[in-house]
Design a protein around this ligand. Structure first.
Ligand SMILES: [Mn+2]
Length: 428
C-alpha cells in the first residue's frame, strides 16, 4: 500500500517538474529520493534521521521556488480557491495562507466552499480569526460572473469533494495550483502540483512555504498571528493533536510556535458540541456492531448542518478497546432542496490500513468513474448521492424502509472487507 502511494507520488512529481539547468542537480536528488525510498516514513516509524529532513527540506524549497514562478506568471489575476464542501481547519488555514502569500503578487483570491461549516470548532475558527472564507452554493455560482476569474486553485483536496468543481471547469477557468496531502486521485492538468501523501497536514506544506520565504510572518501584524494560529489548529487537528505527527509536522509546529496565539487557539478548541451532535454520537454508540476490530454504525437521518457529527462519532468509536477502525454513516438531508446523500467517515489507528484504498474498494465508482470517497493517513470519507430516492420522508414508513435498505447495503459492502472468511486476501 505504501509502496503504491509513494510511487504514485513520484509519478506526479516527475510529471509536474520542468527542470531548468540550474535545478537539474536538485531534481535528480529529489527523484532519487522518491524512487529509492520504498516506504515513505508514514508508517514505518523511521524518519528521525537528519538525511530525511534535509531531503524533505530540499523538496519543500524546490516546490516553493516553483510556486513562486507560478505566482509571477499569474500576477494581477483573480483566482477562486475551492475547498471541499465541508472544509476542515487544515483546508481553511491553508487557503488563508495562500491568499496572504498571493496578495504580494497582486493576485486576488476568493476562498469558497459549497457546503457548510459544520464542526463547532470550525465555526469558532472562522469567527474568532476573521478567516475570509465564503459559502458559495451552486445557486450563488450562477449569480456570479465567472469570466472575471482567470484561474482556480484546489487546497487540501483534489476537486473530488467539491460540488463547485464541475461548474468552474465548465466555465473554462483553468486550474492553476493543487496543493494537497491526500493520495493522488487522478492526473490533474495544473500549472503547479504539490501533492505529498506522506505529509500529515497541508498546513505542514504551507508552513514550509512560509519558511522558504514565500511570506515573512511578522508577530506585530495581527492577521499574521491569527493565520499562524489557524495553521497550528489545522496541523493539530489533522495529526490527532500531533499524536500522528512526523518530524516535518513537528518542525512546522515549532516554526508556527513563534507566531501563534496560544490563548486564541484555546478559545477555538473550547467550542462546545451541540445537543444534536451529542445525540448522533449516542446513536452511533447504540447502533454499532463490532467485528474483527472494526466498529460499524449507521446513525439514520441527520440535518445538513449536523453533518460533522459523523466524523466526530467515528473519532469517538475508534477509542473503544479492541477497535482499530470505526466507520460511521448516515443520510444527510438538506430540507430546502429535498436532497439526500449518504455520508460516512472512517477513522483508523491501524497503520497497515490505507483508508483511501479501503473506501475505494468497499464502495467502488459511480457511472462516470468517480469514486464515492477516499482518504488520507488514518482517516477517510465517502458520499453516495441518493438521487431519485431523495426526499418524501414525511411518510415515516417509507423513510424507515429507505434507511434500512441503505443501512444493509453499506454494511454488506463493508463487511465483505472486514470479514476474512468472505475475502481470504484480506485475512493478514
Ligand atoms: Mn488535511
Amino acid at each position: 500500500m505504501q509502496l503504491n502511494s509513494s510511487s504514485k507520488q513520484s509519478e506526479s512529481f516527475l510529471l509536474t517538474t520542468e527542470p531548468s539547468p540550474e535545478d537539474a542537480e536538485i531534481d535528480k536528488e529529489a527523484i532519487k529520493v522518491s524512487l529509492t525510498r520504498p516506504s515513505l516514513p508514514s508508517s514505518t516509524g523511521e524518519g528521525g534521521n537528519g538525511k530525511l529532513s534535509q531531503r524533505s527540506n530540499s523538496l519543500a524549497f524546490q516546490k516553493s521556488e516553483e510556486l513562486q514562478k507560478t505566482f509571477l506568471a499569474h500576477r494581477h489575476e483573480r483566482h477562486l480557491v475551492i475547498l471541499q464542501d465541508f472544509p476542515d481547519p487544515d483546508a481553511l488555514s491553508c487557503a488563508w495562507t495562500y491568499q496572504l502569500i498571493t496578495q504580494q503578487y497582486d493576485i486576488k483570491c476568493e476562498i469558497i466552499y459549497a457546503g457548510t461549516l459544520s464542526h463547532q470548532e470550525n465555526i469558532a475558527l472562522v469567527k474568532l480569526t476573521g478567516l475570509p472564507a465564503q459559502r458559495w452554493t451552486l445557486q450563488t455560482l450562477k449569480s456570479k460572473d465567472l469570466s472575471s476569474y482567470q484561474g482556480f486553485v484546489l487546497i487540501d483536496n483534489q476537486g473530488t469533494t467539491s460540488q463547485l468543481l464541475t461548474a468552474v471547469q465548465q466555465a473554462g477557468i483553468p486550474l492553476v495550483a493543487v496543493i494537497d496531502h491526500h493520495s493522488l486521485q487522478a492526473e490533474l492538468k495544473s500549472d503547479f502540483v504539490d501533492v505529498r501523501p506522506h505529509v500529515r497536514a497541508t498546513a505542514t506544506i504551507f508552513t514550509q512555504y512560509l519558511q522558504s520565504g514565500l511570506l515573512t510572518l511578522d508577530s506585530s501584524i495581527s492577521q499574521h498571528v491569527k493565520c499562524a494560529t489557524a495553521l497550528m489548529h489545522g496541523l493539530r487537528s489533522d495529526t490527532n493533536r500531533l499524536m500522528q505527527a512526523q518530524e516535518e509536522d513537528f518542525m512546522a509546529a515549532a516554526y508556527l510556535s513563534r507566531f501563534y496565539d496560544a490563548q486564541l487557539l484555546n478559545a477555538i478548541l473550547q467550542a462546545n458540541r451541540s445537543k444534536r451532535v451529542m445525540d448522533v454520537i449516542e446513536r452511533s454508540l447504540k447502533n454499532r456492531i463490532v467485528q474483527n476490530n472494526f466498529s460499524i454504525a449507521g446513525v439514520g437521518y441527520l440535518r445538513y448542518e449536523d453533518r460533522d457529527a459523523i466524523p466526530q462519532a467515528a473519532d469517538f468509536l475508534v477509542t473503544e478497546e479492541n477497535v482499530h477502525t470505526a466507520v460511521v454513516y448516515g443520510i444527510v438531508h438538506d430540507e430546502d432542496d429535498e436532497l439526500e446523500v449518504v455520508i460516512g467517515s472512517l477513522r483508523t489507528t491501524k497503520l497497515t490500513l490505507d483508508p483511501d484504498e479501503f473506501i475505494k474498494e468497499a464502495f467502488g465508482q459511480d457511472s462516470t468513474g468517480r469514486f464515492f470517497g477516499g482518504g488520507r493517513t488514518g482517516a477517510g470519507g465517502f458520499e453516495i448521492p441518493m438521487g431519485f430516492l431523495s426526499g418524501s420522508n414525511e411518510n415515516a414508513a417509507y423513510a424507515k424502509m429507505k434507511w434500512e435498505v441503505y443501512d444493509s447495503q453499506i454494511k454488506q459492502k463493508l463487511l465483505k472487507l472486514v470479514n476474512p472468511k468472505d475475502n481470504p486476501i484480506e485475512s493478514e
